[in-house]
Design a binder for this molecule. Structure first.
Ligand code: ZN
Length: 366
């Protein structure tokens, strides 16, 4: 298997300032480090290098997406607003989403990285690809940047594939711990894109990601949310894949699969309350690769989203990339065995009940 890899140093220069996790400093909030800072991304890139796996990947050079490309998803007003804040040097895209000088250009470079990875996968230069891009994208809607996301990288790449590369049906499988609300909203009435999100129930955004959000008009049935209870681990995620995700993909028959890939469902992430470990992500990747082989000649693209444990994101990312390219390094995840012994890692009855409920949504895919 050949796996493409997108990265650029400028991705790490997008400035989220000295916010304390997600709150701006004030007289009662001590300045700190914003949750979405470069460090998890930098350390993932570093572990890919140190493990030796980078040598097994095909480098895909990102470019800045054009305003026209971004405009296939976003309104002119939203694009202009991000540019204006970036040119001014400081501001918030909406809430929780500070940006700084150059963030507009870096966000274009992130979207363009996803586009170039999509090009390589569709044209067959590579079998699959991992785009380690920043800022992330899955919360950004057509007219607003939110949840640390400025432009909807995955959605922009999907539009590019459909308008420029002759691809019709695309499925997204978003396993970031937060609801993929942006991707959902962009394709909500579009039956050519099946959007699936597995996330912690009602975490972020609030009141978003319920099972009842199932698409509208022509897109009715083509949006599936699996809002998992806090505490869900590899057992619950695997069952959700077996009962919902993989059957949905088989029914939909995509020509390509996109994974908005966050690692904030890990058992040590500060922003989520789930219990995934690197073995869990490895297993899900394996299942997706098998489905992609069966359904769409193995065409799979992952775009990096959340993940806030500096120590742990790199091991989850390495496990995923190892599976994508079919090469196992000799790096051992120091958390994996320990986390594997925690209570409630296998699926629990209340988690299985939610998954059974979500499986009923398969009836709505036409
Ligand atoms: Zn997230």
């Amino acid at each position: 298997m050949t796996t493409g890899f997108v990265f650029h140093e400028l991705y790490l220069w997008h400035n989220t300032w000295n916010w304390a996790q997600v709150f701006p400093p004030s007289l009662t909030v001590q300045p700190g480090t914003h949750a979405e800072n470069p460090e998890t991304k930098r350390r993932l890139r570093n572990l890919l290098e140190v493990s030796g796996i980078l040598e097994h990947l095909v480098t895909i050079k990102p470019r800045k997406a054009t305003v026209e490309e971004v405009g296939q998803v976003h309104t002119p007003a939203h694009i202009a607003k991000i540019k204006e804040i970036s040119d001014r040097g400081y501001g918030d895209a909406s809430t929780l989403t500070p940006l700084g000088a150059g963030s507009y250009e870096i966000a274009l470079l992130a979207a363009g990285g996803a586009i170039e990875a999509m090009d390589a996968v569709v044209k067959g230069t590579v079998q699959n690809a991992y785009a380690l891009i920043r800022p992330p994208g899955h919360h950004a809607a057509a007219d607003v940047g939110m949840g640390f996301c400025l432009f909807a990288n995955a959605a922009i790449a999907i539009k590019h594939a459909q308008t420029q590369l002759g691809i019709g049906r695309i499925a997204t499988v978003d396993w970031d711990v937060h609801h993929g609300n942006g991707t959902q909203s962009i394709f909500y009435s579009d039956p050519s894109v099946l959007t699936i999100s597995l996330h912690q129930d009602n975490l972020f955004p609030l009141d978003s990601g319920a099972m009842s959000e199932n698409g509208e008009s022509e897109g009715k049935g083509f949006n599936i949310n699996v809002p998992l209870p806090p505490g869900s681990g590899p057992g619950a995620y695997t069952l959700a894949f077996e009962k919902v995700v993989i059957p949905a993909l088989r029914q939909f028959k995509p020509e390509l699969i996109v994974v908005p890939c966050g690692f904030d469902a890990s058992g040590v992430d500060p922003m989520g309350r789930m219990m995934m470990n690197s073995s869990g992500y490895r297993h899900l990747t394996r299942m997706l690769l098998k489905a992609a082989d069966e359904l769409c000649s193995g065409r799979l693209l992952m775009t990096h989203e959340g993940g806030y444990s500096e120590m742990y994101v790199p091991y989850c990312g390495l496990a995923v990339v190892e599976e994508l390219c079919g090469h196992r390094t000799d790096v051992t995840d120091p958390w994996d065995d320990i986390m594997g012994t925690w209570g409630a890692m296998p699926v629990q009855p209340h988690q299985a009940a939610i998954i059974d409920e979500a499986a009923k949504l398969l009836n709505n895919i036409r």
